[in-house]
Design a protein around this ligand. Sequence first.
Ligand code: HEM
Length: 349
Amino acid sequence: MGFLTRWIRERLPIDGDQLREWTNEPVPNHLKRWWFCLGGTPAYLFAVQIATGILLAFYYEPAPATAYESVRYITETATYGWYLRSLHKWAATMMIAAVILHQMRVYFTGAYRKPREINWMVGMCLLICTLLTGFTGYSLVYEQLSYWGATVGANITDTVPIIGGFMKRMLLAGDGYNERTLSRFFILHGAVLPATMILLLLIHITILRLQGVSELKFANERGDRPQHFSFFPDHFYTEVTIGLVLMILLSALATVLPATMGPKADPLSTPEVIKPEWFFYVTFRWLKLFSGTVAVLSTGLIVFTMFLWPFIDGWIRRKTRASEASVWIGIVAVITIIGMTVWEAIVAH
Ligand code: HEM
């Protein structure tokens, strides 16, 4: 063992004490609660997505003539294919839910305020990439709903003023859904978006390490200053435990409610009801409430406001006495989002 350590040390001059110092960063006590360390959950689920996604990609064939049959082969014939596909589907759902919950935690604890504005904006980019990865993944199966979902998505993109037509052509690899569309979705879903997210995550975590997690003090904590515990091994073991519990949950869901196959896409027959995945219900309902360009522009304005929220909130706090206005705005936003999601879920059109 001593020989091995010496051999490695001679080739990789890493100082053990320095390594301990890097990994032993003290983290505030509130990270012992899952709600406050929720950022680790989408990170873990993202790793599950990459691992299962690579295995699925060995069999998936991104062309209208082959995509549906290749997914059927994964689901019905390939060894453990049904399990990997179901894990990938459930982990996607949970990752999106975890990102939203993490963002809510950051929002309601005011952890986006100075000096963390940049990390909030990096987080917004992560949110958008996560949603786009979900959208492109949904479109890959070439089922009726995924085909028409992609077509409706592209038509909505088309209504964006000036650049809409260009964006639609970039997305579909042509003026309409064609032979090359699925391979474009596949490259976006399996390469461009995950690579962008890895880069964004590196920036997110680096900024987090440079600034440290925001310090929150709870009424039941003793002393004037927030208490801390070490990242390694304490927090690391907490994250490993969360990961194991999530894996059991994902496996249970994959077994009890495995991913199924809907009817194959038929470009000549529009289904009576076209629905996106649940995480786009709110946007879909919004788009139905207003007409094309107005709906798209207002959606863009909302996303833009979310991006700049730390600065808008800072301005509100400086100009008014309503220092906690953000909490009330947040509560109204959450109720609206849940309300519109449920609305879209229960009505047929
Ligand atoms: C793939 C998505 C994401 C991952 C994996 C991720 C990961 C993390 C992790 C591990 C932390 C450490 C504290 C914690 O666990 O809560 C964190 C903090 C933070 N995240 Fe994220 N995050 C993601 C998305 C987002 C989004 C969507 C936002 C907001 C728009 C955001 C904004 C922040 C901010 C401002 C902090 C600092 C919070 C503080 O210091 O208390 N993140 N993130």
